[in-house]
Design a binder for this molecule. Structure first.
Ligand SMILES: C[S@@+](CC[C@H](N)C(=O)[O-])C[C@H]1O[C@@H](n2cnc3c(N)ncnc32)[C@H](O)[C@@H]1O
Length: 307
């Protein structure tokens, strides 16, 4: 058994490595943000749910920071077993471990904090016929046809498991479709804010197989999940939608879809009355940037408070 030690600001988390459980890499970024913004201070009266716990890293770190009690929950049986062992490796006793698809087995309704680093990819490697025997660890980062299965359950149900004044802190991404996330936060939470926003590059070996799915989704709702950048850093995305070449640009912050016609790349103006053609200069500029720029997405951490 290999135990790795992850050094965080004030503590060291010991984690048993298992190739079938999510690597703690992205969690360390979340913990650094939480530490820098004071979220790991004064936890001694806090009851915390680490939702989609994987190795257990987030909950264990909060336990080591002094939280009164920690619940670790995950849909993956292997993750649940490893997270329980990892809690022991770190000498934590105030930990409960739950095997649960989203909130189905979560009973408590009085958490102070629900913390999550949710899965984000659309189904690709998930074995839909027998999800309990998914072999590829990538499958544990897949969440429904649009990648939102776990995020939506958080945004719609977490408040039922928080006390008044309790917080949901979740990572999310433009890959989830940020416009819908903002809409659900506005409608169901009211009081929420971004505590972190950073641009990340798409890693071809890992994200590459999912690019087409994200592009198809953004062709539906014009919410740029993944994009390239022009010479001035403005996002755009060329791709094929059902074999037809398409382009999305942001014109004065408004997403605009361009389709290739007989006389060039055209868009319908907002009043629906006229077509507008992309100038040759702009087209060449974007084609050049397409060659040079990699693909990106935005990564966010948001906090929402139950009022
Ligand atoms: C991106 S990983 C994060 C793991 C860990 N919290 C971390 O930050 O390293 C997402 C986790 O969500 C879990 N998960 C996926 N679908 C789930 C579901 N329907 N219900 C509960 N957990 C789920 C996966 O098994 C995986 O451990």
């Amino acid at each position: 058994m290999t135990i790795q030690t992850i050094a965080l600001a004030d503590c060291q988390v010991k984690l048993q490595h298992n190739p079938q459980v999510w690597s703690p890499f992205s969690a360390t970024e979340i913990l650094q943000v939480l530490k820098a913004q004071g979220y790991l201070d004064n936890l001694q009266h806090s009851h915390v749910l680490d939702f989609g716990t994987g190795s257990g890293i987030l909950g264990i770190a909060l336990g080591l920071a002094g939280a009164a009690s920690i619940t670790l929950s995950d849909y993956c049986e292997i993750a649940v077993a490893i997270a329980a062992q990892n809690a022991k490796h770190n000498g934590l006793e105030q930990i409960e471990v739950i095997h649960s698809d989203r909130f189905t087995q979560v009973q408590r309704q009085d958490y102070d904090l629900i913390l999550c680093n949710p899965p984000v990819q659309p189904w690709l490697y998930t074995d839909l016929t027998d999800q309990s025997h998914r072999q590829r660890v990538e499958a544990w980062n897949e969440a429904g046809a649009d990648g939102r299965l776990v995020l939506d359950s958080l945004l719609l149900e977490a408040m039922n498991h928080l006390k008044v004044g309790g917080r949901l802190i979740t990572a999310t991404s433009s890959r989830h479709g940020y416009a819908k996330t903002q809409h659900l936060l506005d409608v169901y939470w009211g009081q929420w804010r971004e505590i972190y926003a950073v641009e990340q590059p798409i890693v071809p070996d890992y994200h590459g197989p999912y690019l087409k799915s994200w592009q198809a989704m953004q062709a539906q709702d014009l919410d740029l999940r993944v994009y390239q950048k022009d010479e001035q850093g403005r996002p755009f995305a060329f791709y094929h939608q059902a074999g037809v070449p398409e382009l999305i640009t942001l014109e004065n912050e408004t997403p605009t879809r361009w389709q290739q016609g007989n006389t060039g790349w055209q868009t319908i103006t907002i009043d629906g009355q006229n077509t507008k053609t992309l100038t040759e200069v702009d087209l060449n500029r974007l084609l050049q940037a397409q060659q040079e720029s990699c693909w990106y997405y935005m990564y966010y951490i948001v906090e929402a408070i139950k009022t």
